[in-house]
Design a binder for this molecule. Sequence first.
Ligand SMILES: NC(=O)c1ncn([C@@H]2O[C@H](COP(=O)(O)O)[C@@H](O)[C@H]2O)c1NC=O
Length: 522
Amino acid sequence: MAKIHQALLSVSNKEGLVEFAKGLHKLGVTLISTGGTARKLKEEGLPVIGISEVTNFPEMMDGRVKTLHPAVHGGILAVRDNEEHMNQIKAEGIKPIDLIVCNLYPFAETIAKEGVTLEEAIENIDIGGPTMIRSAAKNFNDVAVVVDPSDYTGILEELEANEVALSVYKKMELSYKAFHHTAQYDHLIQDYLAKQLKDAEGLPEVMLDRYEKIADLRYGENPHQKAAFYKEKDLTEPSITTAKQHHGKELSFNNINDTNGALELVKEFTDKPAVAVIKHANPCGMGVGDTLLEAYEKGYAGDPLSAYGSIVALNREVTEDVAKGIAGEGKFVEVVIAPGYTDEALEVLKARWKNVRILETGDLFINRENAGYDMKKVTGGMLVQDRDVVELDESELKVVTETKPTKEQMKDLLFAWKVVKHVKSNAIVMAKDEMVVGVGAGQMSRVDSMIIAGMKADGRQEGGVVASDAFFPFPDAIEEAAKKGIKAVIQPGGSIRDEKVIEACNKHGIAMVFTGRRHFKH
Ligand SMILES: NC(=O)c1ncn([C@@H]2O[C@H](COP(=O)(O)O)[C@@H](O)[C@H]2O)c1NC=O
């Protein structure tokens, strides 16, 4: 392993710098540095060669040109066992630089400042730093590059243990990290400029760079599929990616997907306690109540059979009584997710199941102003759209039937409308007293979803309401609803046969409300 003789330190974030430089100096490494970094090291009494002594050029134009010089890049990029390279740098009086310690102008922090000007942002685009980092990262066989102050201690320890050398494997690891760092940095700049341009409202040119891996998963949807979990970098609201796990087995691919569905559903309810019971990302039960226990009981009662092995999401802190409800005899859940838990509640859940995943999100909200994107993978491509977070404007509701919904029915219609948005299309939700009593999900025809919802409700829908995520193409589903004793329906409207659908409602004395907006979820 080749020894490190010369290091170039040029950092904006000076955290840990002095200790690291002192360690390098103690190991006999020569230190080269740029303006502010050199000043800081000199203040500590460290011997530092200024960059101008290396380049024979002054640092110019407010620091726009400091390290951008063949004396620096030749010293970094020369391949040490390439005789010609080494002769060439020698002839120019260039000495190899074996270690680059660099982090960049604080672009992210600058653009986050209130009232930042374009000029200020542009001045904070680092050019020399990324160039140097990339040179060193390319030549990782011979050069080490450190971009993260949290790596300083570990590197010093390795240098101390290995006669001031690092393994090629370690240098390759640092190279990977360095390219990641510069790629992120460029991305941020690209994004910022896109926002300044007139088409800032459009979707970004490149999507996947916005995501970083937070976990490798044991496997994907099936055991033969490899999988990992990625987090959106500029995430602005609590989500499955930010939830803290208190207890239980590692989350699986399917757990994450289903828990996301459960959490997003209860996030819709802010005014009152709400509990969703989810299987395969669809709600099998959902309830709203004056207390969280009441909401849980309604959520569970929706479909106790399907609730076995479900995911339970709650929108309020879980208390002991609710935990006892979830942990009741004969029950089994995969995941519980909530804004928080009392100590007693946690005890109850932990004691009941060794493996149940208990997740805490903190206070729940939907950031509708900056909700991010929703994506669907297709073979060879990806579809991207805004997340469906638009709220129902109650003033736009239109009662289109002779019969008007009662106050109680309207409450249930609005409840069911929020739920149906989270059910796979074609989606039908039957509800009564702010409790889901039947769900028809993912059917190829809407009337089949209605029939299935009615089957699941098993009589409990009598006098209740129905929500449909998209319009009824025919009156057939209304005929089915009428047979089941449904008294009010909420749906977007907009079918060419709306008149027929309204006629069917009028015939059966069903009240129907149009929202004017559909919520497909495919
Ligand atoms: N222009 C250059 O040649 C150049 N070389 C290094 N830098 C950056 O200057 C900063 C350190 O400056 P100082 O040591 O003066 O505090 C580092 O963030 C480094 O990435 C440069 N600045 C910007 O491009």
